[in-house]
Design a binder for this molecule. Structure first.
Ligand code: PLP
Length: 357
């Protein structure tokens, strides 16, 4: 069976050495030494000032909203994983969608301003499939309307924009380190916080709001990463260049072989790519379903990602209609990309797609 992704598992002996350390010192969670080491190494690797590790990418977004004190409406994209929208709703924030650019699949800056009202507190963009948003245009709009900017950067590990990490744009960027991601800690996530003054607040928020034995200054939750997860992250980080090189080769092969058969995502010309996903766009949903069925018959399971468009979620009020997002979500599919995908397997996937178009 070939799925859209396969968790990268690093060398077992290396992981075991970290586990031995954890057993020796007995420190399994609550900002342990491995979490601290991983924060330091990730800040260096990513080129960011402040990183706070948390238990997953969804909670990272929730902590971001609370760190920035958002309220009311948030302008966001309808084309993302459901957590982008549901995390707003579960925090009492109302998502107001701005449609996407049908070529980049990212929120279209030209659609943002008309979605802003006096009750809007922030813009929440997503660098979809690791493709950097038009960060400068979004920043200009945010400044004009005095709004906070958050990026759901769950897909954006290691992406540079104009010579610096794309994670440095906006007030806070959040990452997911779920097992399916390019870099992972089994479950996990992080906040990249640009204002030094807010880092301490986020650290209180992930630990029940507690400052010390006497003081609980914030209304917090439990969002801590544990040591076993950090150990996995330290091992995966050692191998990240190898992982990226393998994925790059796979993506480039798909691109070459499928050129002219399907459409591809248009990449931000000022940003690097991290090869975390390979989305292809069919002419219509019928084509997609035909290819999906043919691949499924050979036990190959690409993913309809993202589907459905988030403006169709039953719990979103008022009802909104985002034509580009709805259209793209019915025709897009992410192909299997992971280090161990063999050449024969990839050739088979390519052949099946071509034969069914
Ligand atoms: C765009 C996006 N945002 C948020 C999340 C949620 O992250 P997590 O699974 O770590 O909670 C995911 C993915 O899994 C995602 O793809």
């Amino acid at each position: 069976m070939i799925n859209v992704t396969k968790t990268y598992l690093p060398d077992k002996d290396k992981y075991k050495k970290y586990i031995d350390e954890i057993y020796a010192n007995g420190w399994v969670t609550n900002n342990g030494p491995l979490v601290q080491l991983l924060e330091k190494r990730l800040a260096e690797y990513l080129g960011v000032k402040n990183i706070v590790l948390v238990s997953n990418g969804t909670v990272a977004m929730e902590i971001a909203y609370r760190t920035l004190g958002l309220s009311g409406f948030v302008v966001t994209t309808p084309f993302s994983f459901v957590a982008t929208t549901s995390s707003l709703v579960t925090n009492g924030l109302l998502p107001i969608f701005a449609d996407i650019d049908p070529n980049t699949f990212n929120i279209d800056p030209a659609k943002i301003e008309s979605a802003i009202t006096p009750n809007t507190s922030a813009i929440l963009g997503v660098h979809v499939f690791g493709n950097a948003c038009e960060v400068e245009a979004i920043s200009t709009i945010a400044k004009k309307h005095d709004l906070k900017v958050i990026y759901d950067a769950a897909h954006t590990f290691g992406v540079q924009h104009k010579e610096q990490s794309v994670l440095n744009y906006g007030d806070i960027s959040t990452l997911s380190f779920h097992a399916t991601k390019l870099f992972h800690t089994i479950e996990g996530g992080a906040l990249i916080i640009n204002d030094d003054a807010l880092v301490q607040k986020a650290r209180y928020l992930i630990n029940f709001g507690i400052k010390n034995a006497e003081e609980i200054p914030e209304l917090g939750t439990n969002a801590k990463m544990n040591e076993f997860e950090a150990a996995m992250g330290l091992c995966v980080l050692d191998d990240i260049e190898k992982i990226k090189t393998n994925r790059k080769a796979i993506c480039e092969k798909y691109q070459k072989a499928l050129n002219g058969f399907v459409k591809f995502q248009k990449h931000n010309e000022y940003a690097t790519q991290n090869y975390s996903y390979f989305p292809i766009l069919f002419e219509n949903e019928g084509q997609l379903l035909k290819v999906q069925k043919a691949l499924g018959e050979k036990d190959i399971f690409p993913r309809r990602y993202f589907y459905p468009s988030l403006d169709t979620l039953s719990y979103i009020e008022p009802k909104q209609h985002m034509p580009h997002s709805r259209d793209i979500s019915t025709r897009i599919m992410c192909l299997p990309v992971f280090a161990e995908l063999t050449e024969e397997e990839q050739n088979l996937i390519i052949d099946i797609i071509k034969e069914n178009l």
